[in-house]
Design a protein around this ligand. Structure first.
Ligand SMILES: NC(=O)c1ccc[n+]([C@@H]2O[C@H](COP(=O)([O-])OP(=O)(O)OC[C@H]3O[C@@H](n4cnc5c(N)ncnc54)[C@H](O)[C@@H]3O)[C@@H](O)[C@H]2O)c1
Ligand SMILES: O=P(O)(O)OC[C@H](O)CO
Length: 317
């Protein structure tokens, strides 16, 4: 069963907003795109639409949601957030910010292993749409599902977006690992240890354990940590080659959310006393406190311990 064509507003004309616009048009929907760089009116773009989707990068979430808050949208339409980041000021996730500003509308998170370049090449991909309002998630599932894009629903929006957000930190670490040519044993060790670290933080912040084993967690980590299409991976790779962070970001010319996410995550981890060894080394590296080689040594020489303990992953598992 497919939904009748709808009118969608996409906020953000970057790589991800453009790729999502392509997927919606492929399904026959009418798409209007707003972005500060286009200089068009956000009021006109969202007027009478059936769905609003935000794909702005993290610095745009607060100002954009504030603008939408003051506009009368069609009653009860879903607002979809596709941003993967944490807010510097509040440490909130994008869906928490959208929920606080637009409480009259169901907020739906869209997140998964979704490198926009592959989607633009029309390669098949999967994703998750998650909301506390499962009917809203089902509407968004219908809007975007096609033979190119298989969309699953979930009732865990915070877990779904935290998987996509926290794996960006691990993608930087994976880029360092490959940039230093540490081999597949090291890479498997890093990614396997990364997952319980993501779960430890993600569940502490309200996500459900099983969500992190799904597409938006493990799935997105596998994609992002193995592809040089990932900008976060390229940040780590560039640092391992001896480039400065400034050089790497300037070569990238596009958003690598993991840099800001690492800084916010470490603030949360210190405040909430969460053990985050891999993220801690990524933080030190990004903030010029250690070299890539020293980060590897610090991880290898940590206190010895059992592989599994109550602190490694939640006891439920
Ligand atoms: N590119 C991908 O493959 C991909 C896939 C999934 C999720 N994401 C996530 O989607 C988000 C956007 O990524 P992208 O690749 O499109 O980045 P991008 O750098 O290509 O585009 C960022 C967009 O955000 C807008 N923006 C930035 N600051 C703003 C502000 N203050 N106010 C309003 N708008 C602002 C820009 O105008 C631009 O349209 C990120 O959180 C990213 O992690 C990206
Ligand atoms: O290019 P990145 O590192 O922002 O990764 C893009 C997506 O998040 C992959 O799912």
């Amino acid at each position: 069963m497919s939904s009748p064509p709808k009118v969608l507003a996409i906020l953000g004309a970057g790589a991800w907003g453009s790729a999502l616009a392509g997927l919606a048009r492929y399904k026959g929907h009418q798409v209007r795109i707003w972005s500060p760089s286009l200089g068009n009116s956000i009021e006109e773009v969202v007027a009478d639409v059936d769905l609003v989707l935000s794909a702005v990068s993290m610095p745009g979430v607060s100002p954009t949601s504030t603008q939408i808050q003051s506009i009368k949208l069609k009653e009860n339409i879903p607002i979809v957030t596709a941003t993967k980041g944490l807010d510097t000021e509040t440490t909130f996730t994008p869906s928490q910010i959208w929920s606080s500003r637009c409480s009259d509308h169901p907020i739906v998170v869209l997140s998964g292993p979704n490198l926009s370049k592959e989607i633009e090449q029309e390669l098949p991909a999967t994703t998750v749409v998650a909301s506390e309002d499962i009917n809203a998630a089902k509407i968004v599932q219908q809007v975007f599902s096609s033979k190119r894009f298989r969309v699953y629903t979930s009732s865990d929006p915070v877990g779904t977006e935290l998987g996509g957000t926290l794996k960006n930190v691990m993608a930087i670490a994976a880029g360092v690992c490959d940039g230093l040519h540490l081999g597949m044993n090291a890479k498997a060790g890093l990614l396997t240890r990364a997952l319980p670290e993501i779960i430890r933080i993600g569940t502490h912040l309200g996500g459900q354990t099983e969500t992190f084993f799904g597409l938006s967690g493990l799935g997105d980590m596998l994609t992002t940590c193995s592809s040089d299409l990932s900008r976060n991976y390229r940040v780590g790779y560039g640092l391992a080659q001896g480039k400065t962070l400034e050089q790497v970001l300037s070569d990238l010319g596009s958003t690598a959310e993991g840099v800001n996410t690492t800084n916010v995550l470490i603030e949360i981890a210190r405040r909430e006393q969460i053990n985050v060894p891999i993220s801690g080394q990524v933080y030190r590296l990004l903030n010029n406190q250690i070299s890539p080689q020293e980060a590897v040594e610090a991880l290898m020489e940590r206190d010895l311990k059992p592989e599994f303990s109550e602190k490694t992953i939640p006891p439920k598992l």
